[in-house]
Write a protein that binds this ligand. Structure first.
Ligand code: MN
Length: 211
């Protein structure tokens, strides 16, 4: 994949970009706790080989913080499905920092867990390798995403997390149909924004559904 397929935008998506009926989304953050850790980057792709990376820069660093009307409009657009891998985290991060509930959503990790019951390996890297024969690197995963100047390695890594989600979902959707679990998957996806909200309210442990 050449770097010309990566477009970095500061503060917001430019107006007029269309992602079609389904947009793949991932986020990079300062850490794993939404109440503590800043949302730094939102990656988006239409599944066409191009990744748009929106860097959210705090006012203290000269940016416009979470004022990103074009990105917000896309996240709220009911006619565009948002495709995540482990969306539970990204949806909670978006809710915490942008103050919006993004929907409708699809999650390839939930889909994988519903059909690939012969394995407990549902990471993006494993799924890309086994279902798409694509190797993606996770090397930059725990790097400093709060830096105003992201490295080419960080940008390539961030892009790779959204570039293959459409292809992955096509494979998983076929497997869900094959195993008769498409309706169950759809029910899980519908609940996912509420699950993320519950996480933010502190219902992560113990889980709401546990005894
Ligand atoms: Mn990522």
């Amino acid at each position: 994949m050449s770097s010309s397929n990566i477009q970095l935008h500061r503060n917001d998506l430019p107006a007029g970009i269309s992602f079609g009926a389904m947009v793949a989304i991932d986020t990079e953050t300062m850490g794993l706790r939404p109440e503590r850790d800043r949302l730094c980057l939102v990656q988006l792709s239409a599944g066409d080989g191009t990744a748009h990376l929106v860097q959210l820069i705090p006012p203290s660093l000269g940016g416009q913080g979470y004022e990103c009307p074009n990105l917000r409009a896309l996240l709220l657009d009911q006619n565009v499905k948002k495709l995540f891998h482990f969306g539970r985290f990204d949806i909670a991060m978006i809710r915490q920092h942008l103050g919006i509930e993004t929907s409708p959503v699809i999650c390839t990790k939930i889909a994988a867990k519903l059909v690939r019951t012969f394995t407990d390996r549902h990471g993006l890297r494993d799924l890309c390798r086994e279902l798409l024969s694509v190797e993606i690197s996770k090397q930059q995963q725990s790097s400093d995403w709060g830096s105003p100047d992201l490295t080419p390695e960080q940008l390539a890594y961030a892009a790779s997390d959204v570039l293959h989600l459409h292809a992955l979902w096509a494979k998983l959707e076929a497997l869900l149909a094959r195993e008769g679990r498409l309706a169950l998957a759809e029910a899980c996806f519908k609940f996912l924004p509420a699950r993320a909200h519950l996480d933010l309210l502190g219902y992560e442990v113990p889980d709401l559904f546990s005894h």
